[in-house]
Ligand binder design. Structure first.
Ligand code: SF4
Length: 220
């Protein structure tokens, strides 16, 4: 089973979790509107993913071979040095909310789409835990670090193959259409690698502090 299509990822939101990740106060007017849009999203969005199980080949001089493609990335070379197999993936939540006239607030629409993407990712992780015994997850995503820029989506999509089954395509700048999608490499990593430790951006979504020592170890 080298390639897996998840074409009906259920979107059933945990309200408390959705409020927490969007930092929305309970019993506020904003919550009421947000919940209304969550319900529309449950009914309308079609969340899908394609995964491909791939071999990690030769790693040398900051390059990594995955199946028959060689990627240039020092971070990837470091992350995959003891790993034989990875999952490549693309996940989309669909564009069904884009022309939904029951939603007035664009900001709420964006928050709900982000929540749907979060939920889709958790579903994919649960699937990999159950079917393949994954215990810990780490991700590398094209464009998340200068070391592996967004143009790598092109080769990643070729390796995954037929990404249209997940409703995905790339625009001329190599970003995934529809927006609110995710692509990348999933690997097991007990040390809990996070892109954020090597990212210098000022960012409200940061999940770990920047690690200067680790940055110098990899990029020196
Ligand atoms: S700090 Fe922000 S931009 Fe940088 S990797 Fe983390 S989430 Fe992405």
């Amino acid at each position: 089973m080298d390639r897996i299509l998840l074409d009906r990822i259920p979107l059933k939101f945990d309200l408390d979790k959705a409020l927490e990740i969007n930092r929305i106060r309970k019993n506020s007017g904003f919550e009421k509107e947000f919940v209304k849009v969550l319900k529309i999203a449950e009914e309308k969005l079609s969340c899908k993913a394609v995964l491909r199980w791939a071999d990690v080949g030769e790693i040398k001089n900051g390059t990594v071979q995955i199946n028959d493609v060689v990627f240039n990335s020092k971070v990837m070379a470091d992350n995959l040095k003891n790993i034989d197999k990875v999952f490549l993936y693309v996940l989309t939540i669909g564009d069904e909310l884009d022309n939904e006239d029951r939603i007035e607030e664009a900001v709420i629409k964006d928050m709900v789409k982000g929540t749907a993407l979060y939920q889709g990712m958790r579903y994919m992780e649960d699937y990999l835990k159950e079917k393949f015994g994954f215990e810990s997850f780490a991700y590398m995503n094209p464009g998340s670090l200068p070391d592996w820029p967004i143009k790598n989506n092109v080769d990643l999509f070729k390796l995954i193959g037929n990404v249209e089954e997940a409703g995905a395509r790339l625009n001329e700048h190599h970003y995934i259409i529809p927006w609110n999608a995710s692509s990348g490499i999933i690997f097991e990593n007990g040390e809990g690698y996070l892109n954020c430790t090597l990212c210098k951006n000022k960012c409200i979504k940061r999940r770990a502090p920047f690690d200067q020592q680790e940055y110098e170890r990899i990029f020196a």
